[in-house]
Design a protein around this ligand. Structure first.
Ligand SMILES: [Zn+2]
Length: 493
C-alpha cells in the first residue's frame, strides 16, 4: 500500500494550533498525525522543512465561466448591470469552451491555495448533459475537488424585475422583451439526466444544483430544484440578498423578503446555501439558522459590484453556517481565497466600533476551510486531523510574510496573498510544485484561452453592443428604484 510521510513542516493541526508533527498520508486521507521524527516502514518520505502546512482552502462560491470573461464588462457595473451587460460573454460557447473555463478556473484556484470549489457555471441557452459532464471531467482531470452545479433560471432579468421592461422603448425594448430562457421542465430534465448518467469521475467531483437568483426562478421551478436536491442529497446554492435591489424587488413581487419566500416554498435545509447574504434582515438570518442552511460570504465581489458589506458577525451569531468564496473571475477579478479571508477579517472592523465584535483571524480561516466545505456537503475536508482529506497547502516559511514568525495564523490570514505558496496537494496527490500546476500544460492552456476569447469576441460583436445598450437602461432603472426605496424609508414613521 502506497503511503507518504510528510515531515519537517510546521503544521496547523485541527485548525487550532501549529505544531512540528509528521503527517502520514494513505489513499488520499491523513492516516495519522505523528510526533516529528518518527519513522514509518514502507512510507515514502516527503521533506517539508521550511514549510507551514495548512489545510487547502475551499471556495464556497465561484463561476468558472467568468474565467473567460475578464475585462468584458464596464468597471462601473453594479450587479444587475453586470448581469445585463455580461450575457454576451457567454453566447456561442461550445462544450470545449466550458471545459476551458473550468480548467482556467481550477488552475488559478490551485495557484492560490484552493483545493475545492463550488462551481455554479452557466451554459446558454440552457444546460446540457454533455456540458455538465465536461465540466466535471475537467475538474477530475486537473485533480481539484469540486461541486459542479449548473446555474439555471426560467426568467430573464427583464422578466424577473417588475417594471424593468417598462424602462425600455423602441427596438431595444422589443429585443430584450423577446428574450426567453428554456422551459424549466426541460432544464430540470437535463439535470436529472446528467445525474443519472454521472460520469465515472472520482468521488472528488460531485454534482450540485444552482437556481441562479430566486427572482429569476418561478415558484414551481424552485420547488423542483429543492426536490432534486433533497432526493439526491445534492448541495443547492442560489444568490441570496446579494443586492438591496433584490430585496426591494422581492417585496414588490412576493410581498415578503427573499428568505421568507424561499422558506414558504420549502427550499431551506442543510443542503441549502445562499451566496452573499449582504441584505439579510435578522428574521431571515433566524430562518436560515433554524433550517441548518448556510451562507457563503464573497467580500471582494460585494465590493467590486457595490453590493455592500455583508453582516458576517451577525449571521454567525444567528447560528448560520458561514463559508467563504471569491465569486467569478470577472466579478472579483481573481480566485484568491487568501484575499477573501483577509477581506472577511478586515472588513468586519469597518462595521463595528467594538473590537470584540470583529471577525478574528481564526473565524475567517474556519470559514475558508471547514465552513465552505460544509456548503459543498464535503465531510472531513478542511482540517488537518486523522481521517480527514489530505488536501494540503505548503507555504514558504522563509517568505517575508513569515519573517519574523510569531503568530502564524494571524500572519497567514492578514498577510498572505498566495506569494508564499510552494506546493499544493489534493487527496494525497501533489498538483502544484516548483511554480507549475503539474496536471495540465499551462502554456498551452493560456494560448487556448486567448484563441477562444478572440473567436468569441468576434462572434458576439453585435450582441455585445446590444447588451451594453441594455445595461445602460438597467443601471438607471436600478438607481431610481433604490433611491425611491430609500426616500420611502426616510418618510416612514
Ligand atoms: Zn455568484
Amino acid at each position: 500500500m502506497h503511503k507518504t510521510l510528510i515531515g519537517g513542516g510546521l503544521v496547523l493541526v485541527d485548525n487550532a494550533q501549529f505544531a512540528q508533527v509528521s503527517l502520514l498520508i494513505e489513499q488520499g486521507v491523513i492516516e495519522a498525525v505523528m510526533p516529528a521524527g518518527e519513522a514509518v516502514a514502507e512510507a515514502q518520505r516527503l521533506d517539508a522543512s521550511g514549510r507551514l502546512i495548512i489545510p487547502g482552502l475551499v471556495n464556497g462560491h465561484t463561476h468558472s465561466h467568468g474565467a473567460l470573461g475578464r475585462g468584458g464588462v464596464s468597471d462601473l457595473a453594479r450587479l444587475e448591470t453586470f448581469l445585463a451587460e455580461s450575457s454576451w460573454l457567454n453566447m456561442n460557447r461550445q462544450t470545449d469552451d466550458l471545459r476551458l473555463c473550468a480548467e482556467l478556473s481550477a488552475v488559478e484556484l490551485i495557484r492560490k491555495g484552493c483545493t475545492a470549489c463550488f462551481d455554479m457555471f452557466i451554459e446558454l441557452p440552457g444546460p446540457s448533459v454533455d456540458g455538465i459532464h465536461t465540466v466535471a471531467e475537467a475538474y477530475d482531470s486537473i485533480g481539484l475537488r469540486a461541486v459542479v452545479a449548473p446555474m439555471i433560471a426560467d426568467q430573464t432579468i427583464y422578466q424577473a424585475l417588475p417594471g424593468l421592461l417598462d424602462a425600455f422603448d423602441g427596438p431595444l425594448g422589443d429585443a430584450v422583451g423577446q428574450m426567453r430562457m428554456p422551459k424549466w421542465q426541460d432544464t430540470l430534465q437535463v439535470c436529472h439526466e446528467a445525474l443519472r448518467r454521472w460520469p465515472a469521475v472520482s468521488d472528488r467531483v460531485r454534482p450540485g444544483i444552482g437556481p441562479t437568483i430566486p427572482l429569476h426562478c418561478s415558484e414551481d421551478f424552485l420547488k423542483a430544484c429543492a426536490a432534486l436536491s433533497h432526493e439526491g442529497c445534492l448541495p443547492l446554492q442560489t444568490h441570496l440578498a446579494e443586492t438591496r435591489l433584490q430585496q426591494i424587488m422581492a417585496q414588490r413581487k412576493f410581498g415578503m423578503s427573499l428568505t421568507e419566500h424561499l422558506d414558504d416554498l420549502g427550499m431551506l435545509s442543510s443542503h441549502f446555501s445562499g451566496a452573499h447574504g449582504v441584505w439579510l434582515a435578522e428574521t431571515e438570518m433566524r430562518l436560515l439558522a433554524q433550517q441548518g442552511a448556510g451562507i457563503c460570504h464573497n467580500p471582494m465581489s460585494n465590493l467590486r459590484l457595490g453590493s455592500g458589506i455583508a453582516p458576517v458577525r451577525r449571521m454567525q451569531d444567528a447560528g448560520i453556517c458561514m463559508g467563504l468564496g471569491t465569486d467569478a473571475s470577472n466579478t472579483s477579478d481573481g480566485q484568491n481565497m487568501f484575499e477573501a479571508m483577509r477581506l472577511a477579517a478586515t472588513l468586519s472592523r469597518a462595521q463595528d466600533d467594538d473590537p470584540t465584535r470583529w471577525l478574528r483571524t481564526a473565524d475567517a480561516f474556519r470559514m475558508a476551510t471547514e465552513g465552505s466545505a460544509r456548503l459543498l456537503a464535503l465531510n472531513r475536508v478542511g482540517k488537518i486531523a486523522p481521517g480527514w482529506a489530505a488536501d494540503l497547502v505548503f507555504l514558504d516559511l522563509g517568505y517575508c510574510h513569515y519573517t519574523p514568525l510569531r503568530s502564524p495564523l494571524d500572519q497567514i490570514v492578514l498577510a498572505e496573498n498566495g506569494a508564499a505558496l510552494r506546493e499544493v496537494m489534493i487527496a494525497g496527490r501533489t498538483v502544484f510544485a516548483e511554480g507549475q500546476v503539474l496536471t495540465i500544460d499551462e502554456t498551452a492552456l493560456s494560448a487556448r484561452a486567448q484563441a477562444a476569447a478572440g473567436r468569441l469576441d468576434h462572434a458576439n460583436q453585435d450582441t455585445r453592443l446590444m447588451c451594453q445598450a441594455a445595461a445602460t437602461v438597467v443601471q438607471s432603472f436600478c438607481q431610481k428604484q433604490c433611491a425611491r426605496n430609500m426616500n420611502q424609508q426616510r418618510k416612514a414613521p
